[in-house]
Design a protein around this ligand. Structure first.
Ligand code: SAH
Length: 485
């Protein structure tokens, strides 16, 4: 049988969309694919070839480099078209050169297919350009995982003197020693430094500090491999060019709009509904109760939509003063052809001020779990308050929430838009045995509450609230998060 061919193919840093077209095509044509454990399984979606995991970190069944070389040769000699898929670019610290030499020695045809290297892509995706005019005009890439006693050890003195940007691959296990070596060699301890973990993956995470403090911070935040260390003034650019990940926990119906808004404000939205909306049957006496009040208040667009499905309610509303707590609720009413008034301040005080002198009785049409904080305030100043629950919020059971919980420490901002989003997120984390990790993520990241009731619920759960907008809307929350940087 004719000898096959081996393609040494770069897979990019992890996101399947960052593979080259040629890599994708070759995967489709291959008879055998040899890959490393760290590759995103989605890269091999639809690939029919025999897939062999030669992951060198795989523990029990690890193949030595010689073993991988032998396997490549054996598969090619049997006439197969073999793709050896390697992380990033095959010839940068991936031992791709060694594999190529082994094939060349045996006279086996091979071809190398370049890939997007993590040494540039991971910092880039975290908002760090590796060179930048007037900041860094050179880039040095080194391995941080040198085996002691190697023939040509790294010359840290020369590296420290270089200026420009330094990228250290395989930088986790010896981070402390490498940083110390750089400082000892004369690099300023104040030089900005960052670790980018899992660049281009969903779980991508970046921490930044100074050379003097990065190792401790990395340990504290449990930075794991694969990650790279970036040292140099370019790290500062991440403040402007990086996109912080914000978890959007709202129900499905509000996800798309909220994610688009978050993008507009320069964030990277992670959609993870924590709650879902379940409609409740209307009470039989609803029309009687409507007749008893002068004013009807809605606290959410959901409530408006559900109430106005009933033509009887719609007719009854025509004769009432209709109040919307907040602009989105107002918009929903207007879209359905009703006009409404909105208090200047979205609180019980604001509501009280607005209806004072105009009406003495009010009916809330809203969620079963909505905070009673608005109604309590009104009752205490002598207003007759009635309350009908149109719907209730229930746990979402959405797999995206579970995914978020499992990668919680890569989230920069948790945007809580109701007390139930907070409750169900914590409840689900507890069910998944991740509550401690979740609380560590809250502490390391930023916790935002849309308004007072949400902030109170977060405090009750033991979560420190970092940000609350003055105006209780999702957009105002994004706005203040952006300002705080
Ligand atoms: N040939 C690869 C590098 C192989 S060495 C490339 O060009 O990217 C393996 C090291 O690369 C890891 O220890 C880590 O430092 C880095 N690395 C690989 N993928 C990474 C990623 N997605 N994010 C951050 N670092 C990554």
């Amino acid at each position: 049988m004719a000898c096959g061919k081996v393609y040494l193919v770069g897979a990019g840093p992890g996101d399947p969309e960052l593979m080259t077209l040629k890599a994708k095509r070759l995967l489709g044509e291959a008879d055998v694919v040899l890959f490393d454990r760290l590759l995103d399984p989605r890269m091999l979606d639809g690939v029919e070839a025999l897939k062999i995991d030669v992951g060198k970190n795989a523990g029990r069944h690890k193949l030595t480099q010689d073993g991988i070389n032998r396997l490549l040769i054996e598969k090619a000699e049997a006439g197969n078209m073999v793709v050896r898929l390697k992380g990033g670019d095959p010839y940068l610290f991936g031992r791709g050169g060694e594999e190529a030499l082994a094939l060349q020695e045996k006279g086996i045809p091979f071809e190398v297919v370049p890939g997007v290297t993590s040494s540039i892509a991971a910092p880039e995706l975290a908002g760090i350009p590796v060179t930048h005019r007037a900041v860094a005009s050179s880039l040095t890439i080194v391995t941080g995982h040198e085996e002691p006693g190697k023939e040509a050890p790294l010359d840290w003195k020369a590296i420290a003197a270089l200026g420009g940007t330094l990228v250290v691959l395989m930088g986790v296990s010896r981070l402390e020693q490498n940083v110390a070596a750089l400082i000892n060699a004369g690099k300023s301890p104040e030089t900005p430094a960052a670790m980018v973990e899992k660049g281009g993956w969903k779980q991508q995470r970046m921490i930044s500090a100074t050379l003097a403090t990065i190792a401790e911070k990395a340990k504290d935040r449990k930075i794991e491999s694969p990650a790279i260390l970036v040292v140099g003034d370019v790290v500062r650019l991440a403040r402007k060019l990086g996109r912080r990940k914000v978890a959007i926990l709202r129900p499905e119906g509000q996800q798309k709009e909220s994610a688009a808004l978050a993008e507009q404000y320069g964030f990277s939205p992670v959609q993870a509904p924590a709650i879902a909306i379940a409609k409740k049957p209307l009470p039989d006496d609803i029309l009687k109760r409507l007749a008893r009040v002068q004013c009807v208040a809605f606290t959410s667009a959901n409530g408006v939509k559900m109430a106005l499905e009933s033509t009887a309610i719609r007719a009854a509303l025509a004769e009432k003063m209709v109040v919307a707590i907040g602009p989105k609720t107002m918009q929903a009413l207007v879209e359905l052809g009703l006009s409404a008034e909105v208090p200047e301040e979205y609180s019980s005080a604001g509501l009280e001020k607005m209806i004072k002198g105009k009406c003495s009785s009010i009916l809330f049409l809203r969620s079963a779990q909505g905070s009673r904080y608005l109604s309590e305030g009104l009752k205490s100043c002598g207003i007759y308050v009635d309350d009908i629950a149109l719907y209730e919020t229930v746990p979402s059971k959405d797999p995206r929430l579970d995914e978020l919980i499992m990668m919680a420490r890569s989230i920069d901002i948790f945007a809580f838009t109701s007390s139930s989003t907070a409750r169900y997120l914590v409840e689900r984390a507890r069910e998944l045995g991740q509550v401690q990790e979740m609380f560590e993520a809250f502490a390391a990241g930023t916790v935002a509450a849309i308004g007072l009731p949400t902030a109170e619920e977060l405090s009750r759960l033991g979560i420190k609230v970092d940000v609350m907008p003055e105006k209780f809307t999702f957009e105002a929350m994004l706005c203040i998060l952006k300002e705080l940087g």
